[in-house]
Design a protein around this ligand. Structure first.
Ligand SMILES: [Fe+2]
Length: 425
């Protein structure tokens, strides 16, 4: 029986199908462009290869081609006649995921990896910032993420993929030396893994090593296909460092080339959240943001996230709506009951509305209670610095300069000497 790169048997007897399948897995794990083509080649070589169709469905989910993903899963089910127990369970997990049955999927993934920790396409569903643990809305989800990746790292060992997602989990709980060690070991095994370069950049950000980070990513991204899933987001990291280092020309150049909705090839959740966060962080750093950038983004948010539910996206939609003056759109989010952290979306949406009216006192009142546990909204620490820096800015705007300094020192000491907020000194 043929096997994948993790030694798991595959129900196909066609070597070309296996080889293309293995390549598709590598693309998913490394966040590189080419997964859909690779899985399509696998099922072209063996049309009865059920897991090849499942892989194609997963790749199409990343392409945000949901009808294509449904079609591939239906074909996988049609082919699922003589699968191993592992393959049958693998297929079921992805059916649950595609049906949007999120809590059942998460339980199924955890059961599956207990038996088959080397089944990485399934294991991967609960890793990453936008995975099922990251977007669970649960208190303590960063620790749950670390527990999950620790379990996988214990099983997989010196594997470039698990080290990159385990390093991410370590970074997000503040174990920066351990995170950097994981990333360096991962990159030494596979330097094209964008999950590793991404969280090496995060670790440098958390260490306050902005100049090293900016140089590292500028070099690394030169060989990364702009159609890849993390290209827009890595560009966001570069643009943030350009902002911090007062290189406005590079900031807007990167925004226009790789982050703005018209330019980015990323998934909508990245396009929206990266663009909104960058524009507002530029504003509170004291730069002028062209109003049409906000109205373009408001239209994008309304088109791709018409219904509340993905709370991390929702707070960024609300920001775009408020800054673009789209009060009706904002009002929906300010009252929403939908989403894994809707109780936090409402006050954050009201915060943006008050900021748009320049009512700093009201904005501060809305935002303050959300600061206790905004990790429940999802996103990385670097992404949620949108809220940290907004909070700092509101304290300054409200005349609480001393509290602003004490707060940033307590909450985000990496910014205590040079927060990218106008008037902070
Ligand atoms: Fe990031």
């Amino acid at each position: 029986m043929l096997a994948d790169q993790y030694g798991l048997p595959l129900t196909t007897s066609v070597p070309e199908a296996r080889d293309a399948y293995v390549s598709g897995i590598d693309h998913i794990l490394a966040a590189t462009f080419g997964a859909s083509d690779a899985f399509a080649a696998a099922v072209a070589a063996d049309p009865g290869f059920a897991l090849g169709h499942v892989g194609l469905a997963r790749a199409r989910m990343y392409d945000t081609d949901m009808p294509g993903a449904q079609k591939a899963m239906a074909t996988a089910r049609d082919c699922a006649t003589q699968l191993t127990q592992r393959e049958a369970a693998h297929l079921t997990v992805f059916e649950l995921l595609l049906q949007g049955r999120i809590s059942e999927t998460r339980r199924a993934v955890q059961d599956h990896v207990a038996d088959y920790p080397r089944d990485v396409l399934v294991a991967q569903i609960c890793t990453n910032i936008f995975g099922l643990i990251g977007m669970s809305g649960e208190p303590g989800r960063e620790s749950l993420q670390l527990a999950y990746t620790t379990q996988l790292f214990d099983a997989l060992g010196e594997d470039w993929w698990i080290m990159s997602v385990h390093g991410q989990a370590l970074c997000e709980v503040g174990q920066l030396d351990e995170a950097m060690s994981m990333m360096e070991r991962s990159l030494a095994l596979n330097n094209v893994n964008a999950n590793a370069s991404h969280f090496k950049a995060h670790t440098l950000y958390e260490q306050g090593a902005g100049e090293a980070g900016r140089a590292y990513l500028a070099d690394w991204i030169a060989d990364y296909d702009e159609r890849s899933v993390l290209h827009g987001h890595l560009s966001w990291h570069r643009a943030l460092w350009a902002l911090e280092q007062e290189d406005e020309a590079e900031l807007w150049g990167i925004y226009g080339d790789a982050i703005a909705p018209a330019a980015s090839h990323s998934m909508p959740v990245n396009v929206l959240t990266d663009a909104a966060a960058l524009l507002y962080r530029a504003e509170i750093a004291g730069l002028d943001v062209a109003p049409e950038l906000w109205s373009d983004l408001s239209d994008y948010a309304s088109r791709f996230f018409p219904n509340p539910g993905m709370s991390f996206a929702d707070i960024h939609s609300a920001l775009a709506y408020a800054m673009a003056g789209d009060g009706d759109r904002l009002a929906t989010l300010a009252e929403t009951q939908s989403g894994f952290a809707a109780d936090l979306v409402r006050p954050v949406a009201r915060t943006w509305g008050a900021i748009a009216r320049q009512d700093w006192t009201a904005a501060l009142q809305y935002l303050t209670p959300t600061m206790a546990d905004h990790a429940r909204l999802g996103g990385s620490r670097a992404q949620r610095d949108l809220l940290e820096l907004t909070y700092l800015n509101l304290l300054l705007k409200s005349g609480h300069a001393e509290e602003a300094h004490r707060t940033i020192m307590a909450r985000r000491p990496v910014f205590s000497h040079a927060a990218p907020v106008a008037g902070f000194a």
